[in-house]
Ligand binder design. Structure first.
Ligand SMILES: [Zn+2]
Length: 183
């Protein structure tokens, strides 16, 4: 059927046929990433106590809150990624951190929504939404609806729940890994 058409026309027809297929492949990839199951990490209280500091244990495992303006990251401005202090899941990027004036590190979106679980919290008579690490169920803080655009969300997170990895260090780690895998 295509035999009598000029070559260019054949190319165009072929591209038209392939284009929707590539879109379909992208959709599939996105779907696979979304449904990729997060393997839960479960440890006993004694095991968590072994790897967490006293403050980290109180906040992550006992849902405590550090005093405003007391944590190490509320005014931290370096570029990099904030990981869960307990299980090291990457949770927030410095590119989505903003100055909230609250005294706690604040972000308008997590690195991936599915890395952060939400739970209704009516403690102290308020109706708040607690945010937890989706992998180890560690308490991170709360999310509120008074954040900046584009999401309008404010993830108000305890510094003690986070471990910051600077961008350069993260890149170095990747490079190291590459060298190791070549050897
Ligand atoms: Zn975690």
């Amino acid at each position: 059927m295509l035999r009598n058409l000029p070559i260019d026309m054949k190319k165009i027809i072929l591209l038209c046929l392939l284009f929707p297929l590539s879109l379909f492949a992208e959709d599939k990839k996105e779907e696979a990433e979304k449904s990729e199951k997060i393997e839960k990490i479960e440890k006993s209280a004694a095991e968590w106590k072994e790897i967490l500091s006293k403050d980290e244990y109180y906040i992550l495992r006992e849902k405590g809150t550090e005093r405003a303006f007391s944590g190490k990251y509320w005014k931290h401005k370096a570029s990099g990624v904030y990981h869960c202090s307990a299980c090291k899941l990457p949770l927030f990027s410095s590119t989505t951190k903003f100055k909230s004036g609250t005294g706690w590190p604040s972000f308008w979106i997590p690195i991936q929504k599915r890395y952060v679980a939400e739970l209704s919290d009516t403690k102290f008579g308020w109706n708040r939404t607690e945010v937890l690490c989706a992998r180890c169920d560690g308490h991170l803080g709360h999310v509120f609806n008074d954040g900046p655009r584009p999401t309008g969300l404010r993830y108000c997170i305890n510094s003690a729940s986070l471990t910051f990895v600077p961008l350069l260090e993260a890149a170095d780690k990747k490079a190291d890994k590459k060298e190791v895998s070549i050897d």
